[in-house]
Design a protein around this ligand. Structure first.
Ligand code: ANZ
Ligand code: ZN
Length: 803
């Protein structure tokens, strides 16, 4: 009978799992635990994408296997539901974002359930739930109290489309990540979180966690630690201009200086500069560009010389000109550089354009024609007391000299910037701060949390880009918790990254009303044992949540310094044409359609079989049918079941080998090869024509994490006790994983005549004796004399004969 009733079967088991609550994590903290985590989705209006189940199914397999291995498994799901798309939709359709969220969540939840994912739905969380964001606000207050949240006037990325301030990471290729609109610079007062204070620890502790390499590399680059020196140049105006350089060894080659157009010293020098109008015009132009545009290497260099002031090179007293140019950023180092055109590409291009001298200080290149940057093996020249040294020696020597002459010191810099934590939007957590004329920024008392969002009619920002909350006088006007005088609420809300920075803690104890979660719950469950998510979250979410976790560790809320013991990442699922799935390309596959046509088990198997888990893979409908046929063949096993309580001899090795392979492959993300091994085991079984009950049991257990519905049904259909979900994962005997038979090639006079299948431990004499009587060899040997017999163990027999 064909597996035609798959829909019924799948619905049946989903209902049973739900009713019996079989995937609930228990609060028995004496049991060994396993916390498997996937990134919770943003419940968008589009519903589930076929990319989501790739991650969810993978860790569902892990979670199901760990349960069978006896662990108390936490595999939770929730909703990261604040954010712009919902707010924009609400605005357009005049529906409250809360209702939009509810509707989207319902759809997502239905879709996830239809995939048979073994989430513990008792622990479902939603970042927009006041009982949840109460604690997001609480964490903010702790950061504020420790001086890690502060407000600062700063040039921010202003999206002309969304009319919001964007974090650097939300500006992609110079345009808004969301709407593609132009991004310009604008000065605004913003809440900031001091993630930079944790930069070194965020870097160091990467050595203590098991993350895949590309995640570690990309976090390291994002944190961007540079070592070098800060060097002081005196100017003819009498002030000191400080620079950060990673190459203090090249100081003798500094032929000019460059300041960022925003550098504060320029205002101060206004009266001494003879070309202040040109300088100001340039500064205005630069303000319109994003950091991305400014630092693009390929871009034509621009700049203006500051006429009337020169800088003095501390090491040789040479006077050199000062420029402002937008390739120097205000937010890195000191916002000013010493330019060494001979050994830095951007400086070289600038020097060529402005006719500035290029002095070689490390031998080996042709610096008039090209900057010689890859010069770490070279020797110093034109550099006074540094001449003849290697670059490394020169670095040490010059830093010692600078320190001794009080002209500089060793310095470490990080690329990582503080986290812009303000959004001028409605659909986010209100920042729980009261602004009082007398007392300044006053934290809301903790017993007033959650600070809820008022219901409003219009989600438009104000003309000046303030949050829509600023228009609600009844909400804004309040009293100061400190002095009791009239005061106003902060109207900025938190960025979307806030709620996801600690959600994995809330799952440990999702209804806790006295803290983010009970301490025992946090101590038991954390760190997360395995966290899988997209590569695109490596530098933002992953870093932000590590930062919050470390902060909460510092104030004694959690007991582990790192939140995630292991982090992996899945590749994207592309359209059938190999391009990214998108509405505009018309190549979007809807998971509902696949589940409807082939079933959830097929969908799950297919997404795990699609290729190397870490690489992107194009959708392929033919291959789905292959997975579906595999399930049909499994279904047919019911018809060939015989009695038996041990693996039969022919299947003993295949079973032990497959148990080993599937167990190990799941741990190392090789879901595709695990499935291939199961397919090959099925071939061995069907070749034999029967499967006994012991074999069937193991086979169903092995497939269960991948295809949970069909395996439960067959388990029941064959009269096995309980549910698969409640069994024990099969074990293997390493000794029985070896092949017990081998195939030997039989040659006569070097020509292959036959093949011999024989016990792996057969002795040479026996192999030779058996080889001679294989049918085609025997034929060949007839009437001839064997003069030499050769056996290459495990491989071949060669018989040399003469007529
Ligand atoms: C002199 C020099 C000579 C430099 C040389 C490089 C090569 P990383 O590794 O990224 O930290 N720099 C410093 N502050 C800057 C700013 N605000 N905007 C743009 N560039 C800045 O790079 C540090 C190097 O980048 C510094 O070392 C400085 O140029 C430049 F052969 O100083 B260097
Ligand atoms: Zn006050």
């Amino acid at each position: 009978m064909k597996y035609e009733n798959f829909k019924e079967v799948e619905r049946k088991w989903q209902n049973i799992w739900d009713e019996k609550d079989v995937f609930a994590a228990t609060n028995d903290y004496t049991k060994p635990k396993y916390y498997a985590l996937v990134e919770f989705p943003y419940p968008s209006g589009q519903g589930l994408h076929v990319g989501h189940p790739r991650s969810y199914t993978a860790l569902d397999i892990v979670a199901r296997k760990k349960r069978l291995q006896g662990y108390n498994v936490l595999y939770p799901m929730g909703w990261d539901a604040f954010g712009l798309p919902t707010e924009n939709y609400a605005m357009k359709n005049h529906i409250h974002p809360e209702l939009v969220t509810q509707k989207n969540v319902a759809r997502f939840k239905y879709q996830l359930k239809s995939l048979g994912l073994s989430f513990d739905w008792n622990r479902e969380i939603n970042t927009t739930d006041p009982d949840y964001f109460r604690w997001t606000q609480w964490i903010f207050l702790q950061l504020f109290k420790k001086g890690l949240a502060y407000k600062k006037e700063m040039a921010v990325n202003w999206c002309t489309g969304c009319k919001v301030v964007l974090a650097n990471e939300e500006v992609v290729n110079g345009v808004c990540e969301r709407c593609g609109g132009e991004v310009v610079r604008k000065v605004k007062s913003q809440w900031m979180l001091k993630i930079t204070e944790y930069a070194q620890r965020l870097l160091d502790d990467l050595d203590t966690v098991d993350y895949i390499d590309r995640v570690k590399v990309s976090q390291r680059n994002w944190i961007g630690r540079s070592t070098g020196a800060e060097v002081e140049f005196t100017t003819t105006a009498g002030d000191i201009l400080k620079v950060f350089t990673t190459r203090p060894d090249t100081l003798f080659g500094a032929t000019y200086m460059v300041m960022s157009p925003e550098h504060e010293m320029i205002e101060k020098w206004a009266n001494s500069l003879t070309n202040i109008d040109a300088v100001n015009a340039y500064r205005q132009e630069a303000a319109k560009k994003s950091d991305f545009d400014r630092t693009e290497v390929a871009k034509e260099k621009t700049g203006v010389k500051l006429e009337g002031i020169m800088a003095i090179n501390p090491v040789n007293g040479t006077q050199i000109p000062i420029y402002i140019a937008d390739y120097v950023l205000t937010s890195y180092g000191t916002g000013a550089i010493m330019a060494v055109p001979a050994h830095d590409t951007r400086d070289w291009e600038f020097a060529k354009k402005f006719g500035l001298p290029i002095i070689e200080v490390v031998k080996g290149g042709d610096v008039q024609n090209e900057a010689f940057t890859d010069c770490y093996t070279g020797v110093m020249v034109n550099s006074g007391f540094l001449d003849g040294m290697t670059v490394e020696e020169a670095k040490k020597a010059i830093i010692a000299w600078l320190s001794e002459h009080k002209k500089g010191e060793p310095k470490v810099n990080f690329k990582l910037r503080d986290w812009v934590f303000s959004r001028q939007r409605y659909w986010g957590e209100p920042i729980p701060i009261v602004i009082c004329d007398k007392c300044g920024f006053v934290p809301l008392p903790e017993n007033e949390l959650p600070l809820r969002l008022p219901h409003i009619d219009s989600y438009e920002q104000t003309e000046t880009g303030e949050s829509p909350l600023a228009k609600i006088d009844s909400w804004v006007n309040t009293t100061c918790p400190h002095c009791g005088g009239p005061a106003k609420r902060e109207t900025d809300t938190m960025p979307q990254w806030a709620g996801s920075s600690w959600y994995f803690m809330r799952y440990c104890d999702p209804t806790c009303a006295t803290g983010i979660a009970a301490k025992e719950a946090l101590d038991y469950w954390l760190p997360v044992d395995w966290y899988n998510g997209g590569m695109e979250h490596t530098t933002l979410h992953l870093l932000y949540s590590r930062f919050w976790h470390k902060f909460l560790y510092d104030i004694g809320v959690v007991s582990s310094p790192e939140p995630y013991a292991k982090r992996t990442s899945h590749g994207m699922i592309l359209g059938e044409n190999g391009e990214k799935m998108s509405k505009s390309r018309g190549n979007v596959v809807n998971p509902d359609d696949i589940i409807n046509e082939y079933g959830a088990d097929t969908m799950r198997l297919y997404e795990m079989f699609i290729g190397d888990f870490e690489k992107s893979a194009p959708w392929n409908t033919a291959s789905i049918r292959g997975c579906r046929r595999f399930l049909d063949r499994i279904w047919d096993l019911s018809e060939i079941v015989i009695e038996g309580s041990d693996y039969r001899a022919e299947l003993e090795t295949p079973f032990h080998k497959t148990i080993k392979k599937v167990s190990e492959d799941i741990e190392s993300l090789k879901f595709n090869t695990a499935i291939a091994a199961l397919m090959s085991l099925l071939n061995d079984i069907t070749k034999l024509g029967t499967i006994n009950r012991a074999e069937l049991k193991t086979f169903l257990l092995l497939i269960n994490p991948f295809a949970p519905h069909i395996t439960e049904e067959l388990w029941q259909k064959n009269g096995f006790e309980g549910m698969v979900t409640q069994q024990k994962w099969p074990e293997f005997d390493p000794a029985k994983c070896r092949e017990n038979t081998i195939e030997i090639v039989v040659q006569v006079n070097g020509k292959i005549r036959d093949r011999l299948v024989i016990a792996a431990d057969a002795k040479a004499e026996e192999v030779l004796a058996q080889a001679k009587i294989t049918p085609r060899t025997a034929e060949e040997l007839a009437g001839k004399q064997i003069i030499k017999e050769l056996y290459v163990p495990g491989k071949l027999v060669n018989l040399v004969v003469k007529p």
